[in-house]
Design a protein around this ligand. Structure first.
Ligand code: BDP
Length: 318
């Protein structure tokens, strides 16, 4: 994948038109529903600001993998990014609450949490970790998929080399299930699965399809162990040059874009099931889901008091 790094000052303002240009980094290809969400965010920003603020979406990972994007945000070479919470949690430890396995009743429960007081508080908490939280996006449920092994029982995972995000809570989750967790940047996963360096990986169905991982790992187990939402975040440097009113405008645009992104994500997810079967993917329902849940939930008791408090608030969200 070509990596283009822009060493330009943050939040470029065109002197003549006074237009503020903001660059947004996205890992996924243009046809991924999350990239569509980014473009909807850009459209909303342009509309709300009457063209005064222009968000330029750089998708397909051209600005680098997520950890490199986090770094570029820090020194202001990129203004905005859509990333997984996995990339942000190292700066905001309490985000670990959102990684807890088998936490939500369903996707609506997750969104009640994100759009309610817990979600608002976590967005505000990002500031203390030196991050600017703008809004949440949908990322479905993550499940395991494998290249050669048919995975149905939780015990089938024991000893498998599974790629995880470069994220301590994800390493811990996969280890708790008995697998060997290998943290790797996302762009390296396809070749790891193809060469046999990895036995499997885990992700949501949409990303499994969009990244073509199904070509090299055609067994997908619908265990849905975690729902990690995505974040739209901003560079603190860029934001220090944006007025409070315009910051509020960006948050408003993100909330509106999230509605479109979530709907696009869900309809795409429903569409690709058949395409994946036609492409030769075998889906497995987990056998004895209760034992998957019991094993994975052992992590719940390992959390800090702060995360356990969030866990209780999340469970009590109706
Ligand atoms: C996808 C997320 C992306 C992550 C990727 C991963 O959208 O932000 O980086 O998973 O597993 O679902 O690395």
């Amino acid at each position: 994948m070509a990596v283009l790094t822009l060493a330009l000052p943050a939040g470029l303002i065109c002197a003549e038109s006074k237009t503020l240009y903001l660059r947004l980094a996205e890992l996924h290809p243009s046809d991924h529903p999350t990239s569509k969400g980014d473009r909807e965010f850009a459209r909303q920003v342009a509309e709300l600001s009457k063209g005064r603020i222009q968000v330029e979406v750089y998708d397909n990972g051209v600005l680098g993998d997520e950890l490199s994007v986090m770094e570029q945000l820090r020194f202001g070479a990129i203004d905005l990014a859509r990333v997984s919470i996995a990339s942000v949690q190292p700066f905001v430890p309490q985000l670990a609450a959102l990684f807890l396995p088998y936490l939500y009743r369903d996707d609506d429960h997750l969104w009640k949490v994100l759009s309610g007081p817990v979600g608002q508080q976590l967005l505000a908490d990002l500031k203390a970790g030196g991050q600017i939280g703008i809004g949440w996006f949908e990322a479905g449920a993550r499940s395991f998929y494998t290249a050669r092994t048919k995975l149905q029982r939780a015990s089938d995972l024991v000893g498998l080399r599974i790629r995880v995000q470069e994220s301590p809570p994800m390493v811990r989750l996969v280890e708790t299930l008995g697998a060997k967790a290998l943290p790797l940047p996302f762009p390296n996963v396809y070749s790891g699965l193809r060469t046999g360096a990895l036995d499997g990986a885990e992700n949501n169905l949409v990303t499994y399809y969009a990244s073509s991982h199904y070509q090299v790992a055609p067994f997908f187990t619908l265990d849905e162990h975690a729902r990690l939402p995505e974040l739209l975040i901003g560079s603190p440097l860029a934001f220090s040059q944006i007025s409070q009113a315009d910051q509020a405008l960006l948050l408003q645009a993100a909330a509106a874009a999230a509605v479109t992104q979530r709907a696009a994500f869900q309809s795409y997810e429903a569409e690709i099931r058949d395409k994946l079967v036609t492409a030769g993917v075998t889906f497995f329902e987990p056998v004895d889901l209760a034992s998957w849940q019991a094993r994975a939930r052992r992590i719940w008791s390992e959390q800090t008091p702060q995360v356990r408090e969030l866990l209780e608030r999340i469970r009590n969200t109706q």
